[in-house]
Design a protein around this ligand. Structure first.
Ligand code: NDP
Length: 288
């Protein structure tokens, strides 16, 4: 039987409608929440992501603003801008769009990202946020893994007692994803580029999350019949087509449920970012 399609666009629309309602309540108490993105340089993909975030924020009534800097900006200038945003009571959420320009060293880039005040870390990338997630305490959860959990919940799939295999161990997707599944009582295996016999590990999974960045790496015959597959990957083929880390057509023949690319996990990331901005604003008012 073909797999159930988990429709990220539809679930993201529901999350955004909830966000709009929370924004209305915040406006009634004083002001709309504010999200500021710091964008340095002229990377076209970053410019598109930022435009999409700004647009989505505005559609929900969030004040979305972008501070733009030239590619030759120095770290001190960005640091000063972040300090101003940290101190600005009108700004609830701040994020630094990556990658930063090549003139900013990796060490400076890490320092700049960590300059964001923890209570405004709506990306959930700060060590404080990641630590709270590991401890199972309230904080900001990185948006893509949070979106994956929302998709599972919406599809009525509980991770409890299931074996979940997360492929990828990045700090922004793989590791926090594994923490969330663990907190939801799954038994979790994390795989990476040095995992031997990846297909055999994936075959043991009830839930597979692929966050690798390799087009159609995961094949249908890697999957246990009836598995649930969340495909985080976004890859462009030489022909210009967007594909995930999972071979979608093959997965559809074996899995019980699968997310498409595009239209699966992707739309959830921005929706969960907007949700985090609301949480930040509500916490400032002491109502979350
Ligand atoms: P990273 O490059 O930071 O991490 C990729 C991970 O995959 C690493 O842990 C790496 O292992 C592992 N890996 C690489 N090759 C293999 C392999 N052949 N077998 C097993 N594991 C492998 O990527 P991100 O986590 O940032 O992103 C992953 C994908 O998700 C990308 O396609 C990205 O575009 C997409 N993405 C999508 C988002 C969305 O909104 N839908 C948001 C964020 C990312 P090792 O650690 O050993 O190097």
């Amino acid at each position: 039987m073909p797999a159930q399609l988990i429709d990220g666009k539809a679930v993201a629309a529901l999350v955004r409608a909830e966000v709009s309602e929370r924004v209305r309540r915040l406006v009634a108490r004083g002001r709309a929440p504010g999200l500021t993105v710091v964008l340095a340089g002229d990377d076209p993909a970053s410019a598109t992501y930022v435009r999409n975030k700004e647009k989505a924020a505005r559609e929900c009534g969030i004040r979305g603003e972008t501070l733009r800097f030239p590619a030759d900006v120095d770290a001190a200038t960005l640091e000063a801008a972040l300090d101003r945003l940290n101190a600005d009571p009108e700004v609830d959420g701040i994020l630094v769009q990556l990658p930063l320009p090549p003139g900013i060293s990796a060490e400076d880039a890490r320092r700049l990202q960590r300059r964001i005040a923890p209570e405004k870390d709506v990306d959930g990338f700060l060590p404080q946020s990641q630590g709270l997630l590991m401890l199972g305490e309230p904080g900001f959860v990185p948006c893509t893994p949070a979106g994956c959990m929302r998709l599972l919940a919406h599809a009525g799939i509980s991770p409890r007692g299931r074996h979940a295999v997360v492929i990828g161990r990045s700090n922004i997707v793989g590791k926090p994803m594994a923490q969330l599944l663990l907190a939801a009582d799954a038994t979790v295996t994390i795989c990476h580029s040095r995992t031997p016999d990846l297909p055999a590990v994936v075959r043991g999974a009830d839930i597979v999350v692929a966050a690798v960045g390799r087009p159609e790496l995961v094949r249908g015959d890697w999957l246990k019949p009836g598995a649930v597959v969340l495909d985080v990957g976004i890859n462009r083929t030489p022909e210009g087509k967007l594909v995930g880390d999972v071979c979608f057509s093959e997965a559809c023949e074996v899995a019980a449920a699968v997310t498409p690319v595009p239209g699966g996990v992707g739309p959830m990331t921005i929706a969960c970012l907007l949700e985090n901005v609301c949480v930040a604003a509500e916490r400032r008012l002491g109502i979350a």
